[in-house]
Design a protein around this ligand. Sequence first.
Ligand code: GAL
Length: 453
Amino acid sequence: MKKNENEFALKADDFGEDFKWGVSTAAYQIEGAYDKHDKKASIWDTFTTKKGKIYSGHHGKIATDFYHNYQQDIDLMQRMNIKNFRFSLSWARLIPDGVGKKSSHGVAFYNKVINYCLQCGITPWVTLYHWDLPQKLQDKGGWTNRSIIQWFQEYAEFCALQFGDRVKNWMVLNEPMVFTGAGYFLGVHAPGKKGMRHFIPAIHHATLCQAVGGRTLRSHVKNAYIGTTFSCSYIQAFSTHKKDILAANRANALLNRLFIEPALGLGYPTEDIAALKRITSYIMPGDDKKVIFNFDFIGVQVYTREIVKYSWWTPYLKAKLVKATDRNVATTLMDWEVYPPSICKMIEQFNAYKGVGDIIITENGSAFTDRVLNEKVYDPKRLSYLQAHLKQLRKAQILGSQVKGYFVWTFTDNFEWAEGYYPRFGLVYVDFKTQKRIIKTSGKWFANFLKSK
Ligand code: GAL
């Protein structure tokens, strides 16, 4: 009899005894409590008030109210056998103006979260920056202002000194390509800036902060395990025409190589993207060394693949993504193609760099329409997405890559940036009116899968 293709024979233990299984979240997407105590606005608090920027005018003022529900959510994680929890710190909650006066309320909140995790046998994995820059710093230019190096260093040092006695796993930045590209070039994410004059300096300053953050954590946290995370997609050319192949190379340089290569001492991939050459006007003497940091791990975040075609009309890159919705392939609610081999390919691509140590999948997941029926949420598409990606991850291990962990994006449904609350990515369903949580079928499966550990 033909083996059922949907059968999932892997056990959590097959991935290694020390393999880290977890879930990932980000402050602005879950916390709510946007103005509690002395917290001031972040760029996302501001951006979400702008007309027409976010699906249906949604915002993160309340989100999943993790600020008040953290115990309930961590309890649920524990019940689901999840041993690692990735969350980010809100800079504006800890240092409301971005620099200077610190908030004892902010510190108290994260101490409660960290301590409760540890009490429940859950290891905290902390991201310093997941896109919610204090608005006060944006008023001074944000990522386009080179002073962000000092601002960020002060913030990183403060976090390291406050939490580093208990938090050992750190990530410096979340997806610099997305927050600079969507926030400072396309203007579709906060702070809504457009054009190369914002994008290019933001890239260089984020690259510097990536390394500065790593060094700061290294010098203040004993036995720290330090990483940073990158968005990436496996890229293939639309055809075998030379023009399409070169376009795919340029897209790969921009989307997958731009931030890792300077950190490894390889410089920016300016050979592949001519328009990037103008970054030299922001590079100061000594910066080529300052951008290097020897990360313990690289967080690889994969959701889909991209097919790339030459496009004369696209400025700078001369390449465009062929939409998945025009390709007659299975897609998620984000209109991203479901293409599990992408995770294996990207692990291999990162693993091939000399100087990359461990790889951890710090995000992977999918959004589909979920419906509650008799207090249950049956989500077979998310479940099969998860299983298919785990198979590909195991394949990458078998082929020799040092992949040491996997974090599902995400734990509960949450605020999905410009798409608001429309795409649900959670293993756990949230009724945003009542804040009631329901573990979806995928979540139950994951809990059971982890039980074998
Ligand atoms: C990532 C991001 C997350 C989440 C996810 C799903 O780019 O880091 O915050 O939104 O995508 O879209």
